[in-house]
Structures are given as structure tokens and as C-alpha cells.
Design a protein around this ligand. Structure first.
Ligand SMILES: [Zn+2]
Length: 223
């Protein structure tokens, strides 16, 4: 099924105007009575480069630039679509650079692939327009979105991270890993390190907040 074969849903709202192509997954209406299709194997998802390229070609932000609040696609710098965190991978590799970010940037479904699979629309689930590229932290926080909620899922991504200071700290660490040419080899190692960096920085961030609260100047002595 292609984007042109399916009926257009009205709940995509104004956002749809910014798109050259709206993926089929976004246009399938929710129907609780839809017949359940037999379980199928999860198909191979498109590469990160294909996903990045889809968004570059099809989506514009409010200023007409390809990308999201915290990052522009097409600058050869792979980043998390939600928080803008820059993955510690070599810049200037073009679209292939997004594939090298494997382990640092994860392919996240906008509409849960299982929900689409259950109504026999697994192909729509696997279109590049039903994926965004997220850091491990954002992917972990992402809620699950049902059929008919593609625009809501995109809205969640476009809100960005509510904790920009933490994103800035994580980008410093990412730059440091990159500048030391200390890139972990292999996806599993990258994922482990990514998780450890997030946990350490989150702890440090909250510890700082507590210190700021306890660093209040002492009340002036009375006369
Ligand atoms: Zn992120």
C-alpha cells in the first residue's frame, strides 16, 4: 500500500501542510472493530540513512527548514530528532553518517508497529515516514502511540526535551568521546556506554540542583 492508496484522515491537522508526502501509517484511521490479521514476523526496518533522508525530503519546520526544533537534517551531523543531542560520530559522511550512528541513535516507530501489524498494515508500519531517529534516552521515554495517533506521536517528538541543560551536558560528553577518537566499536558497546553516560549525567544534574538549593547564603546576623 502506498500513501496515495489510502483515505486521508482529518486528524493530522495543520501539520500535514508541511509535508510533501504523509506516510500511509499516518492516514489509517483507528477502528476498534478492525479484523485482526495473523501475527507476522517483524520485517527489516529501513536504514537510519533512509529515514533521515525521508524527513529531509518530506518534512519542513515552521521556518521552512528540513528538520526539527533542535536540529536541521542535511548538515551531515546525525542528531536525535527530539532533543537534538549530537551523536559522537564523524561528521561529513553524508547520509551514510546516520547509519554509523547505530547504537547512539535508535529507529523509533511513531505508530507502534504491533498496532499496525494487528490490522494487517505492517508495511505501513515499516515505511521510513513512520520512524524517527532518537537517542536511547528519548526512545526510552517515548510513549506508545496507537493507529490514528501519528500526528500526536510527531507532536511528542517536536516538543523536544523538557531538560535542555541535560542535553547540553550530554552533547559535551559526546564531543569529548568524538575528539578523543575513543568511539566504541559495535552497537552493543555503544548502547551500553550511551546508557551509562545518561545515568551518570542525570545523577550529576540532580545532585547539582540539590546543591544549588543548599547553597543559599546564610541569613544575615541580627544587630
Ligand atoms: Zn534525544
Amino acid at each position: 500500500m502506498s500513501a496515495t492508496d489510502v483515505p486521508r484522515s482529518t486528524d493530522c491537522g495543520k501539520r500535514e501542510k508541511r509535508f510533501r508526502t504523509v506516510p500511509a501509517a499516518a492516514q489509517i484511521p483507528f477502528d476498534p472493530a478492525a479484523e485482526r490479521a495473523p501475527v507476522v514476523d517483524r520485517p527489516t526496518p529501513p536504514s537510519a540513512a533512509r529515514i533521515a533522508r525521508w524527513w529531509y525530503e518530506n518534512c519542513r519546520d515552521d521556518d521552512g527548514a528540513p528538520g526539527f526544533l533542535f536540529g536541521e537534517i542535511g548538515t551531515d551531523e546525525p542528531f536525535c530528532f527530539r532533543c537534538g543531542w549530537l551523536a559522537p560520530v564523524a561528521d561529513g559522511r553524508g547520509w551514510r553518517g546516520w547509519n554509523n550512528a547505530g547504537g547512539w541513535l535508535e529507529r523509533a516507530h511513531l505508530i507502534d508497529w504491533r498496532a499496525l501489524r494487528d490490522i494487517g498494515e505492517v508495511e505501513a508500519a515499516n515505511e521510513p515516514g513512520n520512524y524517527v531517529l532518537l537517542c536511547e534516552r528519548c526512545h526510552r521515554h517515548m510513549p506508545s502511540f496507537d493507529v490514528g495517533e501519528w500526528a500526536d506521536a510527531l507532536g511528542w517528538v517536536e516538543e523536544g526535551d523538557p531538560n535542555p541543560l541535560l542535553v547540553a551536558l550530554r552533547t559535551f560528553v559526546s564531543d569529548d568521546i568524538h575528539s578523543r577518537k575513543n568511539l566504541p566499536r559495535g552497537r552493543a558497546r555503544a548502547e551500553r556506554l550511551s546508557r551509562r553516560v545518561n545515568e551518570t549525567l542525570t545523577e550529576a544534574f540532580y545532585a547539582t540542583l540539590l546543591n544549588v538549593e543548599s547553597d543559599d547564603p546564610r541569613p544575615a546576623k541580627g544587630p
